[in-house]
Design a binder for this molecule. Structure first.
Ligand SMILES: [Zn+2]
Length: 102
């Protein structure tokens, strides 16, 4: 997703540049290139946000016991016996039936 957005950003700049050259005229060239850069900044911005979000999720995963599954965020607890990661709502470990969690 991030790579795809970056490619779209580059294509947007390239498209603006090509259109600017094709229109023949300094003012329209500047307008098209500016439009390309402005438009691509949106794609690069979203790519940056996704990048930051992945870092935040990774940090949450290491400190607060949060994991992502199918793009959704889940809280989990860790079994003290087998270190199995279990959904917050479970009262005992499905692997070893232990009832104590970290
Ligand atoms: Zn267990």
């Amino acid at each position: 997703m991030k790579g795809f957005l970056q490619i779209l950003g580059f294509l947007n700049i390239l498209g603006g540049l090509i259109t600017g050259i094709a229109t023949e005229g300094w003012i329209s060239f500047i307008i098209w290139v500016s439009a390309g850069i402005i438009g691509s900044s949106i794609f690069f911005g979203i790519a940056k946000i996704i990048d930051n979000q992945e870092v935040i999720i990774e940090k949450l995963n290491n400190t607060l016991g949060v994991k992502t599954q199918g793009g959704k965020l889940y809280a989990y607890k860790k079994c003290t016996k087998c270190n199995n990661k279990i959904e917050e709502s479970y009262t005992s470990c499905p692997k070893c039936a232990n009832r104590e969690f970290e």
